[in-house]
Design a protein around this ligand. Sequence first.
Ligand code: DGL
Length: 257
Amino acid sequence: MDARLPIAVFDSGMGGVSVLRALRALLPRENYLYFGDSANAPYGVRPYDEILALSRAAVAHLVGEGTKALVVGCNTVTSVAVKTLRAENPGLIIVATEPAVKPAALAKPGGTILVMATDATVHGDNFLSLVHRYGDDAKIVQCPCPGLMEFVERGETDSDALRAYLRKRFEILGGAKPDSVVLGCTHYPFVSGAIRAVLGEDVTLFDPAPGIARQAKRRLAAAGLLNPQAGEGEIRWENSSTDPGMIELGKKLLLME
Ligand code: DGL
C-alpha cells in the first residue's frame, strides 16, 4: 500500500475536525481526507440501524476514494457501528473514538465526572461497560446532549443561547460541581469555552482526540505506513451537504485553539 495515501477521518458532521486537529498536530506530514456527513446529521438521535447504514455507506465511499487508514472521529459511530465496520473491512486500519472515562476516573479517584455525549452513545453497550468498569472509582453522571452538536454545525461555538442550553443540561448535576467533564462527542471540544464559562474555569475537560492521534500513529508505524514525504501534507475536504459553508466551517474549526 502507498504510504502517501490519505488517512480518512469520518464524522456525522464537522465534530471530527477536533480529531483531525490532533492528528495534524502529531502527524503533520500525513495527507488527510475529511468526510463530514452533515446532510444526514445528527446521527446521535437516530435509531441504531440508520446509524449503521449511514456509517457503512460513508466508509464504502472513503475506501473507494483510496485511503490507507480510517479514523472514526465520532463516538456515536464507534459505539454503534465500529465492530461491523472492522468485520467488513478486515484489511483496513481502523482507529476509533470512545469517551475518555478511563483517564478521567484515574485522574481524580472518587471525583464526579460529567459525561456529555449523544443519546446513542450514552445508551450504547460500550458506554455501559465503561460505566461498569470505572463506576466504582468515580461518580459518573451521564448527560445526553441532544441539540448540542447543531450549535457547532452552524458555527455557534459560544453565545448566550448556547450557555443557556448548557445550564439547562447541567441541571442533571443537582447543583453539584463536577471535577471533570468527559467530552463524549467530537463536536463538544469546540464549545469548551462555553462549558468552562458555565461550570467554572477550574473544571478539567477530557478530550479523547490526542489519544486517538497517538493510537493512529502507533498503528501506522507498526504497518510501515507513516508518510515518508517531507513537508506538510494536504487536507481534502468532503461533505455530504451541498452547503459550501460546511467546508469553510471545517477550516475555521481546525484553526480553533
Ligand atoms: N460527533 C459525533 C460524536 O462524536 C456525533 C454527533 C451527532 O451526529 O449526533 O458522537
